[in-house]
Design a protein around this ligand. Sequence first.
Ligand code: C2E
Ligand code: CA
Ligand code: CA
Length: 685
Amino acid sequence: MAVSGQKQRPVRGDISLKKTSENGILKEGICCVIREAGDCMLDYSFSLGVAVSTLLICAVNLIYTFIQGRTDKVQNKIFITILCILTVNAMTGMISGIYGSNPVLNEYTPHVFKISRYAYFVTHTALCPMFFYYISNVSFVSTHLVSTKVRLLSIPFLLTEILALTNPLTNMVWTVDEDYAFHREWGEIAIYIAALFYYVLSFMILTSSWKVLSVKRRNALVFFFVLVAVGVIIQLVEKSIKVEVLAEAVGFTGVMMSVENEDDRIDFGMGFYNRAALNLDIGSSLKHNRRLGIIVIRINNYEIIDRLVGNGETNVISDILSDYLQSIVKRYDIYVPGKNIFVLTLYDKLPERVEQIADEMEKRFEYTWEYKNFSIQLNTTIMVADIPKQIRTTSELFYMLESPIPEDKDKGVLKGDDLNFIMRRRLVEDAISRGFADKSYEVYYQPTHYLDGRLHGAEALIRMHDRELGNLYPDEFIPVAEQTGLVDDIDEFVLEEVCRFIKTGVPEKYGIDNINVNLSVIQCMRPGFVESVNQIVERYGVSKKLINFEITETIAASDYMRLSEIIRKLKSEGFLFSMDDYGTGYSNVSAVFSLDLDVVKIDKSILWGAETSELGMAILENTIRMIRQMKKKILVEGVETAEQISLLTKLGVDYLQGFYFSRPVPEADFIKYLSVKKSEKSQKK
Ligand code: C2E
Ligand code: CA
Ligand code: CA
């Protein structure tokens, strides 16, 4: 690829070919060998050595690529083409080396040289464009070489390739004069300008795809870019050191090991691309505005099938569906982001066609599948979405893959308006982001009482009044905030508000023991959490024992050690702790009770369940008995009726919370509530 500025004059170490004249006197090119025999011989043998090494590297890469069977994707095909180009270049380099160091010329030599030069230019002209296609492919700018953008960008390549191909007729790229001296013509400059164009373009794609390429891929591609630049510069500065093609071959070995090798992208149990690959690939497509259709298949009865026919090693569902899915799309268009979820990507297909394919799939799923003498019925939810029209971020995609499907939408293929729940999530996400600037968050308070009706404390509950969506409840926006990482700010806001409220002195004046603040478990596991909580509370200078943190028991057992440590630290500072929603999770009871808790809050569903069945009653009774034995205080939430209060009085709990006393209300209303309770109390006296 090195540009030769010199024209008309053979350059030392370049392919300078001269024929012995009839009288046997060597002319210019070979004179060079004679005049500077040592040097030139060295140049040629060096070139030969470099060319042989390059050829070996290319051969090994090619063999390895075929052995690994990495040949089916467009990306693989371009990679193989590049290796073939480099192989041809290495061979032409060898020919130059062999003839240059053994200037024993015979009548065929000029022809061999000419053919070799021709092969070199025809193939080398394609190298940079091919690399551009490769990197476009890897970064999902275009996974098929058919888009208009790619066609337009191919024009310089086509023009220069025509130049190289037609050179024997036009002599525009290179010529060999009557003395068999090799000359570079203007066409070569055009080829190098085109090469530079593709090199820069590829580099731009790499930088724009930076965030959506895995670190491994990035490193390999940067390695390649640097090696090529170094190779070209060396060859430009010192023409006799022909290392450019070698540098490219070595660079591509790195690419082969890191980009073509997809071990980190493949789910071995399933044989398809994994969750991380889906995230990166869809992220890249979104980044480059690629339009595609996706079909999502969720197998709802996965667990039971796995238990019935699985052997614990392979994934049954993948075994059953592998061939079928591959009859619809190519292997590399299938992703398994979860054990029971398959995602098919369909690039460059009309949305109607994608929907039609999904409808056909749905029909197929009405029938059973034969597997190891079993007839298996798969219960599926199929969704079709258009990216980027319906799905605009990867977090929306994962939401679509994993969120519960609204109950009225569990029939047929979900498409179009059926996916509005994703749209709603996007709106909620936007509302959360503008929430602080818009001051749309507000803390409500719901009182808690002793069994005898005396006031005990309050729970702080967040509300959102959005200018577009109206009032939003935490059950809807807290899960979204947790996924997008904004829950920290919300919880911090609530804690600050509570501190500010306590600081007014009102809660203490009315005899409130403590105010409960909900914590997202994700948040309290974060490094520096204890310090940040301390900082906030100390800034307001309020007593820590007035704050009672609530956490839910839906936490992985493996994290108990850490959580337990965080609770210990905060308790040593003086804060109180409650276990929220007790009875709804599936966690290990003994692990829950190993935590140093002050209060266990029994979930409202347990209370309500006690009223509808004997079994429910037994569960409530036993839950209360057990917590008693663990010597923790008990709060029951969801108290709505006087009957429930008498039941709970009989069973013996400590505190009550529920609509019977008050719904969660704004601070001002809560203060009114407190003063009413206080005057009722003094009247009773
Ligand atoms: P939670 O902590 O279990 O809060 C109690 C929920 O039960 C509240 O719903 C409350 O309004 C409701 N509730 C209380 N008494 C009754 C009753 O007698 N009947 C009925 N039907 N409902 C009752 P809310 O305020 O919508 O909060 C829902 C959940 O959102 C909370 O459940 C909590 O998990 C979460 N949340 C609320 N505020 C925050 C916050 O500041 N931070 C975090 N991380 N989560 C919060
Ligand atoms: Ca709570
Ligand atoms: Ca609760």
